[in-house]
Design a protein around this ligand. Structure first.
Ligand SMILES: NC(=O)c1ccc[n+]([C@@H]2O[C@H](COP(=O)([O-])OP(=O)(O)OC[C@H]3O[C@@H](n4cnc5c(N)ncnc54)[C@H](O)[C@@H]3O)[C@@H](O)[C@H]2O)c1
Length: 210
């Protein structure tokens, strides 16, 4: 029997882990991204049953015809995810194909996806099974909370100890996370998505007093 064909859209954190698991189970995996450097990195460390391809409409249309499982894992920071698979494309997929739109929390990269929960995780459109749980780590709440807080607690401590303005002035990573300050949008992706003016964060953070 031929191995299952798994298509992963987006080669970031989510896409790489999805590809690793699928490859470990013996599937033939295709990973697509628009970041060629990231695809080269994957080519270096992924096993031979993972191939990489540039993400464009033609390649996606071809790959979904044979995919058994499609994982949507794209992210454009601060912006809505692009619809890489549109409703009309579902008809070209084989009945029973499963789509898992992990990017659903950013609007989803599959047009027909809408957020679902662990209680009722799937729905079917045009014989394609959709799984779009917006909080997938919620399936393992204890482990995922520990993992998340290991990464976020140092920032929370800085905010609590220094106050948000001083902490953001001093820590570039925290500053990069600011979206709106004193009513002004300071994050390009958000400004672009809402058609609002972008203000330099340095112009709106209050200057240090000591
Ligand atoms: N539903 C959930 O429970 C859950 C859990 C974790 C993450 N997420 C979501 O999953 C998504 C991916 O997260 P991540 O941490 O892997 O992000 P990431 O930034 O590590 O990776 C995103 C990748 O998408 C790629 N990309 C952008 N446009 C693309 C396009 N047109 N075609 C193909 N690739 C494209 C980027 O180059 C990048 O490599 C995010 O939307 C995140 O919020 C959801």
């Amino acid at each position: 029997m031929k191995p299952a064909h798994v298509l992963v859209l987006g080669a970031g954190i989510v896409g790489t882990q999805a590809a690793k698991v699928a490859a470990g189970l013996g599937a033939q995996v295709t990973v697509m991204d628009i970041n060629l450097n990231r695809l080269r990195e994957l080519d270096d460390f992924m096993p031979k049953n993972v191939v990489t391809q540039y993400s464009n409409e033609y390649n996606i249309r071809e790959a979904i015809k044979t995919a058994d499982l499609i994982v949507g894992a794209v992210l454009i920071p601060g912006a809505k995810a692009p619809h890489l698979i549109t409703r009309d494309m579902l008809k070209t997929m084989r009945p029973g194909t499963v789509v898992v739109d992990v990017a659903v929390d950013q609007g989803g990269c599959i047009e027909t996806c809408r957020p679902t929960t662990h209680e009722n995780p799937t729905f079917i459109i045009d014989d394609v099974v959709h799984y779009c749980v917006a909080n997938m780590p919620g399936a393992v709440p204890y482990t995922s909370t520990l993992a998340l807080t290991n990464a976020t607690l140092p920032y929370a401590v800085k905010l609590a100890n220094q106050g948000w303005q001083a902490a953001c002035r001093q820590d570039a990573a925290l500053r990069l996370g600011l979206n709106v300050v004193h009513g002004e949008v300071v994050y390009k992706g958000v400004a672009d998505a809402w058609g609002l003016p972008l203000v330099d964060v340095a112009d709106v953070l209050e200057p240090a007093t000591v």
